[in-house]
Design a protein around this ligand. Structure first.
Ligand SMILES: Nc1ncnc2c1ncn2[C@@H]1O[C@H](COP(=O)(O)OP(=O)(O)OP(=O)(O)O)[C@@H](O)[C@H]1O
Ligand SMILES: [Mg+2]
Length: 139
């Protein structure tokens, strides 16, 4: 499915709707360049799943946890992670089997682990097509 977003708010709205149809355990793999809108998308997921929480960029924390809703949301930014060993160190596999929903920015080094655990995956590819325009290809 392809979505067109003309603002940060619209990207949040697309994510909000996708979150409402996502089963516990679902992993959102978010692909796209710097500033493509991945964190904005996670803000929309969090509005649906954890309305009490505020979403910031987890670039320095690697993972932020939003637990105010019925299904927890775990937000990863793996940009600065060195490799699969560090993924193990942060307990990524435990999150996969924890019954929450995961959103992963810069997901490449996590993909093998996600496949092994067999979680349902929603891949979102962000393409910047203008200052405020984004295409989101979801499958
Ligand atoms: N349609 C849009 N959807 C999302 N963000 C948009 C859109 N139009 C403009 N923006 C702007 O693009 C930026 C997106 O930032 P965001 O932090 O979500 O990107 P990111 O993909 O998480 O980048 P990074 O890889 O650095 O974490 C914000 O400054 C936002 O205001
Ligand atoms: Mg980000």
């Amino acid at each position: 499915m392809k979505y067109f977003s003309a603002s940060e708010k619209e990207t949040e709205e697309i994510a909000f709707r996708l979150a409402q149809n996502a089963a516990p355990g679902t992993v959102f793999l978010l692909d796209g360049e710097l500033g493509a809108g991945k964190t904005a998308f996670v803000r929309g997921l969090a509005r649906a799943l954890a309305p009490e929480d505020f979403v910031s960029s987890p670039t320095f924390a690697v993972v932020n946890e939003y637990r105010s809703g019925a299904v927890p949301l775990f937000h990863f930014d793996l940009y600065r992670l060195g490799g699969e060993g560090e993924l193990f160190d942060i307990g990524f596999a435990e999150y996969l089997s924890g019954g929450g929903i995961l959103a992963v920015e810069w997901p490449e080094i996590a993909e093998r682990c996600v496949r092994e655990y067999g979680n349902p995956v929603v891949r979102v590819r962000f393409v910047k097509t203008g200052d405020a325009e984004r295409e989101l290809e979801v499958d």
